[in-house]
Structure formats: C-alpha cells, structure tokens
Design a protein. Structure first.
Length: 275
C-alpha cells in the first residue's frame, strides 16, 4: 500500500497487521480479508464492488480518506484524511431480507459497546442509526442490502466514526457533532478503536441469522438517548409529535401521540427532540 500523500507529523496511520493481530480469536476467525486503503470514494461502494466480483462474508474495508462518503438519506459524510474511522463489512445471509429486521440497530449496539469498552464516556443511540456521545453525533451507520436470486441476502454494513476531526473539515458539518478525542479529553488510537469495533461486529454478523434482533433489543433500549423525550418524527412531508417510547420487537420506533401509539420503521425517517 502506497503512503505517498502528505500526512501531518505524529498522525497515526491505519496498520493492517496491527489490527489483524489485535483481534480476539473469535473475531479473527471470521475475518476473510482486511483491506486498508489510502483513498476511496466510499468504503461501502468498494465493498459492494468486491461483492459483485465474488467476495463473500467477512470482507472488511477501511480507508484513510473518502472522497464521496455517504450517510443515510443521501447525505455527504465528511471524511478528511487520517482523522476518523471509515469502515465497511460484508456478510451473506440465507433467506429473505425481512429476516434481517433490526440489523442496523444491533450494529449500533455493537458500536456503542465497543466504544464503551474503549473508555469513551456518555455513549448513547438515536433511532435509527446514530451513535451519540454527550448528546452530540459521534458516528453513523449505513446498511445496504442486495437480495440475490439464490435466496440469499448480501449486506454491507458501513460505519463512520468521528475520532479526531481536523479544524479545516468542521465547516462542512451541518449538525451537532463531536469526536472521540473531545469525548475522551485526549488522543486515542484509531487502530485500537478498529480492533474493538471488529471484535464486536464480526461475531454479531455471524450470529444474527440465527438469533435475530431479539437478543439485542433490550441492550438497544438501555442505550436509547431519546427514551421518554418529546420528539418530532418526520417522514416525507409529514411530521408527527409525541413521546418516544423505545422500539418494538422488530426495531421500529414507538411514538406515543395524542391519537395513541404509532409505529415508524426505518428508511426516509428522521427524529429530533422538541426544544
């Protein structure tokens, strides 16, 4: 891998050997390939390309920089060089996509628990796919699925995590945010964080086809940053106000409104707290 771009002195670059050797045996056994790229359009796009070329479960791709990083609802994901974590994983599941209800929420739990194990304080989750620290956005999750003709479902799990956002990139961010360095009050190793993430994520994907979302629901509720809060849920041009009452068995948001409980599934839905 070439390192011919200019990186500020003292910046830690991603190290494939260090990451692989640092994994727990249970996670390392599930890792088919670890790709560490300098610059990509997006790690999700790269994994999708490789899956179309025959890659199966356990492909992990990380990059130092993305030129076209994507979040939910088509949003740009700010992806400066050698600063944050841009991570995508591939997995193949048997059966219909409906069996994977709640997968993105389970991924959120795995990410949150990895961050907690790394000592990051104030971690919470915002339905459907935001990771928060101290109430501000720390990371996001983007799950993309491809239904196969052979009764399989191929999935790419993408994770963007702010670790040490440089000053020059801040102007591009259009929402309340934070990074791991701010939350921790000092520098943290991106390689160490990647190891913690993969130790959680690879076993999650391996077991989800059998266990589904059920084992993860209570853990998600324990991390729910909006539980009991007055919120507005927007879907398309329609907005609904109510009290957030957690999630149901499938991972759908339950909202207590003046007209009774309403349930919202993922997709083009956003949630914000009433100020």
């Amino acid at each position: 891998m070439s390192r011919d771009y200019r990186v500020p002195a003292g910046v830690e670059l991603l190290d494939r050997q260090r990451i692989e050797e640092g994994l727990q045996p249970s996670a390392r056994a599930l890792l088919a390939e670890l790709v560490v790229a300098d610059v990509l359009d997006s790690t999700n796009a790269e994994v999708l390309r490789r899956m179309k070329e025959g890659a199966g479960s356990g492909l992990v791709c990380v990059a130092e920089q993305q030129t076209a990083g994507r979040g939910r609802r088509g949003r740009n994901w700010v992806s400066p060089l050698a600063s944050n974590i841009y991570l995508s994983l591939s997995w193949e599941f048997a059966g219909e996509p409906a069996k994977l209800e709640g997968l993105s929420l389970a991924v959120g739990v795995a990410v949150a628990e990895a961050l907690r194990s790394a000592g990051v304080p104030g971690i919470g989750l915002k339905w459907p796919n935001d990771v928060l620290a101290g109430g501000a956005k720390l990371g996001g999750i983007l799950v993309e699925m491809i239904a196969g003709a052979d009764n399989t479902c191929r999935v790419v799990v993408g994770i963007g995590l702010n670790v040490n956002m440089p000053q020059h990139a801040i102007a591009e961010i259009d929402q309340s945010w934070t990074d791991v360095k701010t939350a921790m009050g000092g520098d943290v190793s991106r390689n160490a964080l990647l190891i913690s993430l993969l130790d959680q994520l690879l076993p999650l994907l391996d077991g989800f086809e059998v266990g589904g979302f059920t084992p993860w629901r209570e853990r998600w509720c324990g991390l729910d940053a909006f539980a009991g809060r007055e919120v507005i849920v927007t879907s398309g041009e329609q907005s609904t106000a109510g009290i957030a009452r957690g999630i149901d068995q499938s991972g759908a948001l339950v909202l207590e409104t003046a007209l009774g409980s309403q349930v919202f599934h993922g997709g083009e839905v956003s949630v914000r707290i009433v100020q």
